[in-house]
Structures are given as structure tokens and as C-alpha cells.
Ligand binder design. Structure first.
Ligand code: ZN
Length: 123
């Protein structure tokens, strides 16, 4: 979505074009008929587009940074480890290593860590 703008203002004589609300670059100019139009970097925000682009980019960055932690915590919970420090969970409702509250619900445990299964008898 368009987020920034600038204006090109024609002067009083042929070839006189000025940039307002932008930064004129030293790159080659556009040639349009007899006018040499400067290339410019816009710096005036267009608020709906600027806000929507900011929120969209922030959401993408948040997903990039939050996803690895979310996957790591879910994997630790599935393996019967503390989601914060990966220390094995015992019968306590708080982690004995870091003191964070942990889920002791048996539905969160996998067959490897479920206490009611005997791996020797299952094989
Ligand atoms: Zn812990």
C-alpha cells in the first residue's frame, strides 16, 4: 500500500521542476518532453497506508521472532520437560529447577514420559 509521497512542482520556465516533501537524489533525471524531472525519495507519510504497512510489517516480524519460542515450548511440554528451562518435570506443580508453574495434566504427556506405561512390558 502506498505509504509515502512527495510532490513535483513545475517552476515558471521550461525544465524547472522542484521537489516538495521529498529528498532529491543525485541520480539521472527523468526526461519528459522538455522537462527534466528529478528523482526523489518521498518522506511525507500517507497515514492510512503508512499505519497499515507498519502494522503488517510488525506482525510479520513478531511471527518471525515468536514462532521459534512457541515451537520450543510446545516440544518441551510434549516431552514432559519444563517449558521454560527444559528440566524434567516431576510430580510438583512448579519446576524444581526454575520455579515456574508447569502443566501436570497427563494429557500433555507423551507415551515416553507417561508414568502409567512400562516401556519394558510394552516391548
Ligand atoms: Zn523450569
Amino acid at each position: 500500500m502506498l505509504a509515502l509521497s512527495c510532490e513535483l512542482i513545475a517552476g515558471g520556465y521550461v525544465g524547472d521542476v522542484d521537489v516538495e516533501g521529498g529528498i532529491e537524489t543525485k541520480l539521472d533525471h527523468f526526461q519528459l518532453a522538455q522537462d527534466r524531472i528529478p528523482r526523489a525519495i518521498p518522506r511525507r507519510p500517507l497515514w492510512p497506508g503508512f499505519a497499515i504497512n507498519t502494522i503488517f510489517c510488525a506482525a510479520i516480524l513478531w511471527l518471525l521472532f515468536a514462532t521459534p519460542g512457541f515451537i520450543r515450548r510446545r516440544r518441551r511440554i510434549k516431552r514432559g520437560l519444563c517449558p521454560a528451562c527444559a528440566y524434567p518435570i516431576g510430580a510438583s506443580e512448579t519446576c524444581t529447577e526454575c520455579g515456574k508453574p508447569v502443566h501436570t495434566d497427563p494429557t500433555h504427556l507423551t507415551s515416553v514420559t507417561r508414568p502409567d506405561r512400562n516401556p519394558i512390558a510394552d516391548s
